[in-house]
Ligand binder design. Structure first.
Ligand code: PMP
Length: 355
């Protein structure tokens, strides 16, 4: 047996620990399943498929539906099994040995993970202490390192903060790097990355069905960008990578915009509910533009607070051991009842920790 590549052996991959609890608010999914009408229509669509045949390799129906939804050309869309696979395909096509990717930390860990797997050199730039980008630091890092790909995440995971579009626009005036805006949580935010992509030919935008569309279990994401980039991504991915059921489900989801809107309204109301709860419990948090909120435990008590929540059958993400995020936990917005359960558990845990 060969041993694993030496550069892979040194890191353990990306994991979000799953624990059997009643209230699971740790992985930023939608708190509700797709509507019964969607499931019914999906069953009908599956019955009409020829599953003995390979699927449409370029997912034309889904691409056309997405093109119409976003008012872009269907040649400007690449589709993959979740936006994680979008990231991975981007680095397969544009990363690799001799190439450099740049991230702004803390941010979504998948960029650095995929950079390592594809042997892409990684440059990690620091944000300021409020987790915001500084224009001068971004431009300086770009001039100094000359990255091939720059990853922005807006709203940023795990902070929940929007990136500053002015900084991205300014950076995009340098046409050397490809600028990726990961907009997995875009529907919860105020600024739309697609407007920037329309104005700059070196900006691409990645999106997902895993959040507001309630389809994380389906694994469906896509990238919008210039045709030349998109055709290189189709060249780098495996043939028939998108199964026929997923393609049909994506088309159906896009035909039921009202379902998505209802989920969005539910999540935005839940976010207000949790932020109001934090205010009344005197908990420090970063005002969120996403479907999750980063908050701070009493000093040095991140692990303890996380355990006390688990003891009360509530699971949030424990970021307190991550670089730059001492004492921080991240809660995903749930249903109204789940948010209440979380806030109640938090209030009890804080009484114990503060006494
Ligand atoms: N980008 C960001 C910023 C994310 O937080 C996530 C999910 N955790 C993803 C991409 C991946 O989403 P998908 O389910 O589409 O692979």
């Amino acid at each position: 047996m060969p041993s694993v590549r030496r550069d892979l052996a040194v890191f353990g991959g990306y994991h979000s620990p799953q624990i059997d609890v009643e209230v699971r608010l740790n992985t930023n999914e939608s708190p509700v399943n797709p509507s019964p009408e969607f499931i019914f229509d999906l069953q009908g669509a599956i019955a009409d498929l020829s599953l003995n045949r390979y699927p449409d390799r370029t997912a034309d129906r889904l691409r056309n539906a997405l093109a119409e939804f976003h008012q872009v050309d269907s040649d400007e869309i690449f589709i993959a099994n979740g936006s994680n696979e979008v990231i991975s395909t981007l680095l397969l096509a544009y990363g690799g040995p001799g190439r450099k990717a740049m991230t702004f930390e803390p941010t979504y860990a998948m960029y650095s993970q995929v950079a390592k797997v594809t042997s892409t050199e990684l440059v990690e730039v620091e944000r300021n202490t409020d987790f915001q980008l500084e224009m001068a630091a971004v431009l300086e890092a770009n001039s100094k390192h000359r990255p091939d790909i720059v990853f922005f995440c807006s709203p940023n995971n795990p902070t929940g903060l929007d990136e500053d579009p002015k900084i991205i626009s300014k950076l995009a005036q340098d046409t050397n790097p490809m600028i990726v805006i990961d907009e997995a949580y875009g529907q919860f935010a105020s600024f739309r990355a697609l407007e920037l992509a329309t104005a700059h030919s070196n900006i691409v935008v990645s999106k997902t069905f895993s959040k507001v569309w309630s389809l994380a279990g389906l694994r469906l994401g896509y990238l919008i960008g210039p045709k030349e980039i998109i055709s290189n991504l189709w060249a780098a991915c495996l043939p028939y990578h998108l199964d026929a059921i997923k393609q049909a489900a994506g088309v159906l989801a896009l035909s039921r915009l009202n379902d998505m809107q209802l989920t969005l309204d539910l999540i935005l109301a839940g976010r207000d509910q949790i932020e109001a709860g934090f205010d009344s419990l005197d908990v420090f948090y970063w005002k969120s533009s996403a479907n999750f909120i980063l908050f701070r435990a009493p000093s040095g008590k991140g692990d303890e607070l996380w355990k006390k929540l688990v003891d009360r059958s509530v699971l949030v993400r424990n970021c307190s051991g991550w670089p730059r995020l001492a004492d921080c936990l991240r809660v995903t917005v749930g249903t109204g009842i789940e948010n209440d359960r979380f806030l109640y558990a938090l209030s009890e845990a804080l009484v114990e920790l503060r006494s």
